[in-house]
Design a protein around this ligand. Sequence first.
Ligand SMILES: [Zn+2]
Ligand SMILES: [Zn+2]
Length: 253
Amino acid sequence: MLDLHVHLLGHMDRLATRENIREYLEQARNRKIEQIGFADHDQYWDQLNLPLIREVALEYPEIQVRVGLEVEYNVGRKQSIGEMIKSFEFDYIIGSVHEIGGWGFDYPSEEETHYQQDSDELYSRYFSLVEKAACSGLFSIIGHYDLIKIFKVRPKTDVRILASRSLEAIKDNGLVVEINTNGRYKPVQEFYPEIKLIEEMNKRGIPFTLGSDAHEAGVVGRDLGEVCQLLKSLGVKELQGFKNKQQVPFKLF
Ligand SMILES: [Zn+2]
Ligand SMILES: [Zn+2]
């Protein structure tokens, strides 16, 4: 079992201390997570202490501890993202889209704005950013692939059609998609991505990884056992872990 989407700093309500790191790793051990990856938001770059994670990891030899980063993809930031990524030996980078043209669409306060738009257009604009992120060469994993559904606004057109070009880009660029369980605790109440998109990805040969998107230690590993069962029932044979930007397969038993 893996969990590669864990926020040590939460929403900057916690610090990168030894005790905090241990709390996450204790929870990972209790939940029998073989590989855990810390991937804080790049906006907290100055508060990170990435070497400390590697140091505390030595106390837990039974767990593979990985260091990643969740990066907000934005065309204008491509260069600064590139520099950030090069400045540390990350195991992987998650590329996420939480903003469309400067609009931070996933905040609870933005729900109403979702209803006021043409849903197909909303999804198309979102997926075209995901496509650009996949083509940017910056990322190893696409985070919460269909986050745009967060407030349960559905497109009129089949989502697989709207998603098609971004899926092609993910496949062509060798990226991995995470099954992110946090969506269950948002208004949409389902994992990211939804099942028919997981099926479509599997058909296209896109590999998967797992992420709880935990913003506190108690959430590490949440619902991931259920995801493993689901993936197996869909015929998925393995998951991808990471080390030093390389994919490392985990058999799904
Ligand atoms: Zn995110
Ligand atoms: Zn996250």
